[in-house]
Design a protein. Structure first.
Length: 226
């Protein structure tokens, strides 16, 4: 008996089998969970540190390193990487695939909390598990042969960020990288005393000048974008 003859002989059984498979596929498709992002448990925890306006070199010694050392003692930690900038740091803690990330997250959070009393006053620690909802959906990279990193940062912070934040459906816009403008001041201690001023007075004046400069750049960028 040839294949064609066998198919013709059992055509009703084959049609019934196809109908059963089609019905089963429709039922299975209707019951599948649907979500915007896949349910993936990445073996990584991110710890964000905020210590105000502390210089980067002081951040590494007083904040980032103590937290890193505490996190490395957590069971199951495979790798710890950090990036420190002025007043802030980000620590990425990696575990092996298959690790219980609920337990790992609690352990990392507890380890960071243990060293918090020993960190500089006002330091804030934020711990979060990485999943598809944390990763940015869209990222832009700015490069220029004529603008400095500080100018690129101002462009992204004061012009592009407000525009993107106003787009319908955008939940959050973050600016990373670049360089924040800084002021370097050489103070003559003798002249300072002669004027009856202190370093705190100089710091307050410079702070006000920096705020005015930032607002001016912001307004200028808004006018240019409008």
């Amino acid at each position: 008996m040839t294949a064609a003859q066998w198919t013709h002989t059992h055509r009703r059984s084959l049609l019934f089998l196809c109908a059963i498979l089609t019905l089963g596929g429709i039922m299975a498709a209707s019951q599948l969970p649907v979500s915007l992002f896949p349910d993936v448990s990445f073996p990584r925890v991110r710890v964000t540190l905020d210590a105000g306006d502390r210089p980067a070199d002081q951040m590494v010694v007083a904040v980032t390193t103590p937290v890193e050392e505490a996190i490395r003692r957590v069971r199951g930690v495979r790798d710890v990487r950090s990036a420190t900038s002025r007043g802030s740091a980000e620590i990425n803690v990696s575990f092996d695939w298959g690790e219980d990330m609920s337990r790992a997250f609690l352990d990392v959070n507890a380890a960071a909390g243990e060293v918090l009393p020993d960190l500089p006053g006002g330091t804030r620690i934020t711990t979060e598990r990485l999943d598809p909802t944390v990763f940015p959906i869209l990222a832009y990279s700015l490069r220029s042969k004529t603008l400095s990193p500080t100018q690129l940062y101002d462009l992204a912070q004061y012009q592009l960020r407000p525009l993107l934040s106003g787009v319908n459906g955008v939940a959050r816009v973050n600016v990373q990288g670049g360089a924040v403008g800084e002021y370097h001041i050489d103070v003559d201690a003798n002249k300072l005393r002669a004027q009856g001023m202190t370093m705190d007075d100089v710091s307050r004046v410079v702070g006000r000048a920096a705020d005015i400069s930032a607002r001016t750049r912001h307004a200028r960028c808004r006018r240019s974008s409008g």
